[in-house]
Ligand binder design. Sequence first.
Ligand code: DNO
Length: 399
Amino acid sequence: MQETWRWYGPNDSVSLTNILQAGASGVVTSLHHVPTGEAWSLDEILKRKACIEAEGLEWTVIESIPLHNDIKTRSKDYARHIENYKQSLINVGKAGLKTVCYNFMPVVDWTRTNLLYELPNKSKALRFEMSDFAAYDVYYLQRENAENAYEADVLAKAKQRFDAMSDLEKDLLEKNIIAGLPGGEGSYDRQGILSAITEFIQLGTEKFRENLIEFLREIIPVAEEAGVDMCIHPDDPPFSLFGLPRVVSTADDVRTLFDAVPSTANGLTLCAGSFGVRADNNLVGMVEEFGNKIHFVHLRNVTRDPDGSFCESAHLDGDNDMVGLVQALLAEEQRRKKAGKGYTNIAMRPDHGHLLGDEIGKSNINPGYSFAGRMKGLAELRGVIHALETISNNEAANR
Ligand code: DNO
């Protein structure tokens, strides 16, 4: 597997030199300064690529080229935005880049309620607390019929939580949920989010899915021609928020997309932490089923609570079997090798990390994207990969 590292560009608290020191060889980044919906110029892509290569690193994956909301609703200016997206892909291909991650989440991108949840060892983790989310949705945002989206016990706890929260805590919860996390799309105020939610709820799940498929039908032939592999990132978390449609939460969802537009350029970002929030998602099964359509992997773990809440755990500690998953990915690399496609190194990045050491309290650390926490995750994963490869090489030598 190729070790990569997400970088938010020149203003990231973690520098390219730091990434090199962490031992990764690939960088995962985007042109974050280009507004969503505008075409990426070849010149801008090449400039960013040169700056990464000057450090002795490679720009392995683009995460993400975000989709304008008009494409998601297939209304207003969507045709122009799709043309711009195609132009971006053509330029990405010309620049020699091969992999583009994106997502199709409505209104909110990845979402947590607590960005500084203290763990028993005093590190801070990202957490999604269902009752806090419900408290925001039902009692603070006061979305119409919001209470229908939650179980009675979650609602009862939400009411208790809300009544006990200070105004400051309520504002922080709101900021965490709707102001947008790094790399995510969309930052809203209360009125803005309510009208965006209404628009997507009216669209409904099947129409929303159809809009994604229509987008893929138009974009995938262009990606193929440009030599670019697209890989969709799953919904994070993989269930409906604010009653909104979600169409990339399960293996069934992914299968539907792959069946509708069959091409290896129509691929998947296997985000273990996102899919892994649902106990009914079988990560190893996904690797076996989706095989060479997995172009990029996020390795991260979570602990799940029965009400849908979850907490980002240490990379090897959560409810998902990380060793089993890595083993399945290494087996997939072997299958690709045998199929004569050359040794295909799957790009992985340690996704998120705890906040620890002297990064705690600093204001410029992107939530989930600390240096030390991710380096700890990467080092643990590197150990797993190294051990599994060594065992399988030794077995092969003794055969
Ligand atoms: C969070 C990430 C997301 C993801 C985008 C993909 O850490 O997993 O920012 O990169 O949603 O488009």
